[in-house]
Write a protein that binds this ligand. Structure first.
Ligand SMILES: Nc1ncnc2c1ncn2[C@@H]1O[C@H](COP(=O)(O)OP(=O)(O)OP(=O)(O)O)[C@@H](O)[C@H]1O
Ligand SMILES: [Mg+2]
Length: 229
């Protein structure tokens, strides 16, 4: 279970204060598939960063089971991220000078998996995404959709319980987009928690729950209404 308790995130820049997110109580149970929608600037990425242990709240607490995430040391917080969470971004964030295989090995190396096992696990995951014949290609040598698949393989190779995605299908053609959404469906079937920010209403409709952000305020939207919209 993930819980936001009286969370406020305020940004101050050049004397101007923006309340990017304000939330009294939000609970996301293990195994939920949640889409976060809302206009540009409404606080979606802020919410995701707060949930992912990457951005501390100005006030309030964020709980992951019985752990108050931002009351941990930086080291234990990064261990939580590394061991329990997987991130997918619109811009993939692949390391340009590493091959597909090496990119997928990175999280395994950080978790002290032996080099031989790193290669085995990373290869299997890339094969699962249809990239068995692109192991030694660098990001610039494969298509955009293939880059997102490498990024997905890298996210999933560590077996994360929680997947946080920010516009994961934003840059993709319909076929590649479907690969990503299918991967999320599989993750849901496997009992992982998925929280995905998306502007894409068809992608949002694949989730089982929708959160709507407006000016930093979160509300629930029922699934049936989402389909009509
Ligand atoms: N580092 C920052 N410094 C100051 N203000 C920020 C910062 N990051 C975000 N904001 C402001 O906080 C609000 C929420 O931003 P956020 O990035 O969470 O929106 P978003 O819903 O993800 O938008 P988009 O759909 O365009 O990605 C916006 O008004 C934005 O201008
Ligand atoms: Mg954003």
């Amino acid at each position: 279970m993930i819980r936001l308790e009286n969370v406020k995130r305020i940004y101050t820049r050049r004397g101007q204060t923006v309340t990017a997110l304000q939330c009294e109580d939000l609970r996301i149970s293990a195994g939920e598939y949640v889409a976060v929608v809302g206009p540009s600037g409404s606080g979606k990425s802020t919410l995701l960063s707060l949930l992912g242990g990457m951005l501390s709240p100005t006030s309030g607490r964020i709980w992951l089971d019985d752990t108050s995430v931002y009351e941990q040391s930086v080291i234990s917080r990064s261990a939580i991220r590394r061991e329990r969470m997987g991130f997918v971004f619109q811009t993939f964030n692949l390391i340009p000078y590493l091959t597909a295989l090496e990119n997928v090995q990175v999280p395994l190396a950080l978790n002290n998996v032996s080099p031989v096992n790193q290669v085995g696990l990373a290869t299997a995951m890339l094969q699962r995404f249809g990239l068995g014949d692109r192991l030694n290609h660098k990001p610039s040598e494969i298509s955009v959709g293939q880059q997102q698949r490498v990024a997905l393989a890298r996210t999933l190779v560590n077996d994360p319980q929680i997947i946080l995605a920010d516009e994961p299908t934003g840059n993709l053609d319909p076929t590649s987009r479907e690969v990503v959404l299918k991967a999320f469906d599989t993750c849901y079937d496997e009992g992982r928690t998925i929280i995905t920010v998306t502007h894409d209403l068809t992608a949002a409709a694949r989730a089982k729950r929708r959160l709507v952000l407006n000016d930093g305020q979160i509300s629930e939207e029922s699934f049936s209404r989402a389909k009509v919209a």
